[in-house]
Design a protein around this ligand. Sequence first.
Ligand code: MG
Length: 374
Amino acid sequence: MPELALYAVSDGISRGRTVVEPRPKARSEFQRDRDRIVHSTAFRRLEYKTQVFVNHEGDLFRTRLTHSIEVAQIARSIARALHLNDDLTEAIALAHDLGHTPFGHAGQDALNECMQAYGGFEHNLQSLRIVDRLEERYGAFDGLNLMFETREGILKHCSPAKARELGELGRRFLDGRRPSLEAQICNLADEIAYNNHDVDDGLRSGLLTLGQLDEVSLFARHAAEADAEFPHLSGRRRVHETIRRMIDAQVTDLLAESERRIAAAAPCSLEDVHAAAPLIAFTDAMQAENRVLKVFLREHLYQHYQVLRMTAKARRVINDLFTAFVANPRLLPPQYRKMADTENITRATADYIAGMTDRYSIKEHRRLFSVGEL
Ligand code: MG
C-alpha cells in the first residue's frame, strides 16, 4: 500500500472494535472489515434488491449489489489517489446500502410511514443496525463487530434524536463535525455512481431517450467529445463512450478540488479533518452540472409513469406485510417472533421486511394473501 497521508485513518490511530479481538495475522484491520462485509448475508441479498428497476424487469439493470461494487471501485480509486486508506473506503462503500429495503426508495418510504409512530425507519441507520446487531455469524458477538471508523462512515446522516441514542458514534452530528475523508469520498462516489448508471439504465430501458439528454450539459458535452473521437460510433457503444467520459470528468474534478481544499486547510491529523469544513468536494461548476443531471433524472426517470406504477405496487406490498405481521405476530418466522418478544413487534417486523429481497417480499405477500399459495 502506498504511504498514507498524515490525516488518513490507519489501524494505529483507530478507535477499534466494540468487542476487543486479536489483531488479524495477514491483513489490516480494515481489510478484515471489508472481508466480513463481503461474507455477510445482508451483502448477498443486495443482488436481488432494486436500485431503480425491480429485479425481474431485466438482467442487465443495476441492482444494489452491482451499484455497491461500482461505488467501491470509484471510491477506492479516489482514496488511493489522495493517499487515504482504500481498505476502509472500500469497506464503507460495500456496506453503505446494506440496510436498504426491497424496492429501493419506494420501499424505504413505505416502511418509514408504517414505522412513524414507532421511531421511524431509515435505511442508513438500518445498515448500521445490520453490522452492529442483526448479522448472526460469530460466537462472541452479534453483528460483525466492525472498526469504529467503518461504522462511522456507514452512518452518513442521522437526526439529533437518533444521534443521542447512538452515543459516541452519533456525537459528530451533535457537535457539527465531519467524518473521515474516507467516508466523505464514499458519499460522493455514491452520487457519481448512481447519476451515471441511472442514465445508462434509463437509456437501456427506453424510458429515457438520447434526444432528452441533449438538454443535460454534462451528457451533451461528453457525447460531443465521443463523437469527435469516434465519428462513426452509434448505439450502446456511443452511450458507453459518453458515460465513461462523464465518470472520468467527475472523478478528475473531485480529485482536483479536494486536493486544493486539503492544501488550503493543511490538516495534520484525523482530528483536523473532523474539525475542518468538508474537504472532499466537486468544484462549484461541476456541482451545478450534477444538479442539472439529478433534476433531469428525477423528472424523466424516477417520476416516469412506468416507474411510479412499480413504486405504487411496492408500497402496497410493504404496507400489507407490515400490517399483517403487527396484527398477528404469530405469522412471523420463529426467529423474528422471538425478537419481537425481546425488542418489540414493530421493530422486529421492520427488520424482517427490510431484510427481504424484492422477489422474496412478493412471494411472502402471495403466501399471506393469496388463497391456494403455500
Ligand atoms: Mg448508494
